[in-house]
Design a binder for this molecule. Structure first.
Ligand code: PEP
Ligand code: MG
Length: 539
């Protein structure tokens, strides 16, 4: 079976399919006739869930030690709890309902009961009982619930993936992302580029394909399920060639980003988490040009503390060993939703309450982050960048808050270093006043993803408009030229950190325009370097 879709990152993946369902998937109630068969379905699913937990226990034991692994043992015991098991089987018997529904309802009931208890230990079990119930429901439905079930790396199929879901995935187990919805510029696509794995969108896959062998062709935009042997062999060969190409690119490690006529440009990496630093280094990034710090918030169940953030930023700064690390302050809202922020639903979220607007409206959140970044600055070379800027006043307010934070740290005798302050140019307003903005900051980094969406009035998430979302539009190219000129006039360095920065058909244009830096997904660094080294800008 071959299903067509749209590729958002090329490459080939071969592996088993796993369907990802939202963690809080609504379980449907249905009436069953064979009660005993349903009860035995439940018992087998329970055994399978226990086997998964036993495997997780072993894995955790090796990776995080006995104390942290113990929770998986507790979960196995909870699955054998007589009250829990009886509640489920009684419900199946007395109400003649499907096992999924009985497990989910019992999970909810027990969880509420535990949560109401006057005992800390039992209250903590409320989340556990929900967790084990979700696992059993997942086994019954033959799907995963917010985390991957298989021990093997898989091709992940999903309706769509929110950033809050992708952050929870064990990335080492994903060979490819294939979604029904999503757009070229969605964060799943960006994540696939960071991970250097093929990704397809707009693929209408059937529901009953869990566990089947498949090929993702990220060049042709195809998902092939149960491919015949000759096709499989052909793709195995293609994949081997691709791996060889990747190996050859690695020979560019340690080489300069220099054109044939001697023009140099900085090539930095975009990262979304501390663990992405490894791939930035493996691909020879000259620095981190964009650390999307909001992923720290997306990964947490509550506001990350100053200490937690400090540790993350410090780790990145130390691992980059003195190379520049540009941390972008929180950019949530729009497609990046975090429950504990309690953001209201908006008619027009991309143009709504997001990014710096939230930070300036909730200064305590902003200050906590700035304190953490300044503290980490002592351990490397950190710069701070602010997203979604539209006015000079905003920048002045930000600078005065940053100055207050520095003063506070000084008074508390907490060390910090000089930190460059820059802004993202990702609104047409910022482009038009880039001359004035340049007087206020040390650098500009162009967010072409949002700049394209706001300039062309095309929602970057809207799959229907993907074909006219054109980052090469003359309006965008004119704006890029204008940003560089205005930035340079005031002594700012100017880079690009949107996805367009990695578009090698424009590398020559960017060099000729005078950009000082391109920040791209780690997997694109060496490809862009290869391109730069083949260009003669005097031609
Ligand atoms: C951009 O808008 O181009 C950008 C780099 O930021 P993000 O994709 O995180 O919005
Ligand atoms: Mg942006």
């Amino acid at each position: 079976m071959v299903i067509e879709g749209k590729s958002v990152y090329s490459g080939i993946a071969i592996g088993k399919l796993e369907i990802f369902h939202k963690a809080d998937k609504q379980v449907k109630r249905s009436r069953i006739t064979d009660v005993e068969a349903e009860i035995s379905r439940f018992h087998s699913a329970k055994e399978e869930a226990k086997a998964q937990l036993a495997a997780l226990y072993e894995k955790a034991l090796k990776e995080v030690g006995e104390v942290n692994a113990a929770i998986f043992e507790v979960h196995q015991m909870m699955l054998e709890d007589l009250d829990y098991v009886e509640s489920i089987t009684n419900m199946i018997r007395s109400q003649q309902v499907n096992a999924e529904f009985a497990v989910a309802s019992t999970g909810d009931n027990f969880s509420e009961m535990f949560a109401a208890m006057d005992d800390d230990y039992m209250r903590e079990r409320a989340a556990d009982v929900k967790d084990i119930s979700n696992r059993v429901v997942a086994v019954l439905c033959g799907s995963s619930t917010g985390s991957l079930l298989s021990e093997e790396p898989v091709i992940l199929l999903a309706d769509d993936l929110a950033p809050s879901e992708t952050v929870q995935l064990d990335k080492s187990k994903v060979l490819s992302f294939v979604t029904r919805h999503g757009s070229t510029n969605s964060h799943t696509a960006i994540l696939a580029r960071t991970m250097n794995i093929p990704a397809l969108i707009g693929v209408d896959y059937p529901e009953d394909v869990n566990g089947r062998l498949a090929i993702v062709d990220g060049y042709e935009g195809k998902l092939m399920i149960d491919p015949p042997l000759p096709v499989l062999e052909e793709y195995q060969k293609k994949k081997a060639k691709e791996d060889e190409k990747k190996r050859l690119l690695l020979e560019l490690k340690g080489k300069e980003n220099i054109t044939l006529d001697g023009k140099k440009i900085n090539l930095y990496a975009n990262i979304g988490s501390v663990s992405d630093v490894a791939s930035a280094l493996a691909n020879d990034a000259g620095g981190i040009g964009l650390f999307r710090s909001e992923f720290l918030y997306l990964e947490s169940k509550d506001y990350p503390t100053e200490e937690e953030q400090f540790k993350a930023y410090r780790t990145v700064a130390e691992n980059m060993a003195g190379k520049k690390v540009i941390i972008r302050t929180l950019d949530i809202g729009a497609d990046k939703q975090v429950d504990y922020f309690g953001l209201e639903k908006e008619e027009n979220p991309a143009m709504g309450y997001r990014a710096i607007r939230i930070c300036l409206d909730r200064p305590e959140v902003f200050r906590t982050q700035l304190r953490a970044i300044y503290r980490a600055s002592y351990y490397g070379t950190i710069s701070i960048m602010f997203p979604m800027i539209i006015s000079v006043d905003e920048v002045r307010t930000i600078k005065s808050i940053a100055a207050e934070v520095r003063k506070e740290l000084k008074e508390q005798q907490i060390p910090y270093k000089e930190v460059e302050l820059g802004i993202m140019i990702e609104t047409p307003a910022a482009v038009m006043i880039s001359g004035e903005l340049a007087k206020e900051v040390d650098f500009f980094s162009v967010g072409t993803n949002d700049l394209t969406q706001y300039t062309l009035a095309i929602d970057r998430q809207n799959q229907k408009l993907d074909n006219i979302y054109d980052s090469h539009h003359p309006a965008i190219l004119k704006m890029l030229r204008m940003i560089v000129e205005n930035g340079h006039k005031e002594g700012c360095w100017v880079g690009i950190c949107g996805e367009l920065g990695a578009d090698t058909s424009l590398t020559e244009t960017f060099l000729k325009m005078g950009f000082d830096e391109l920040s791209v997904s780690p997997s694109m660094i060496l490809k862009v370097r290869e391109k730069i080294r083949s260009i003669d800008t005097t031609n």
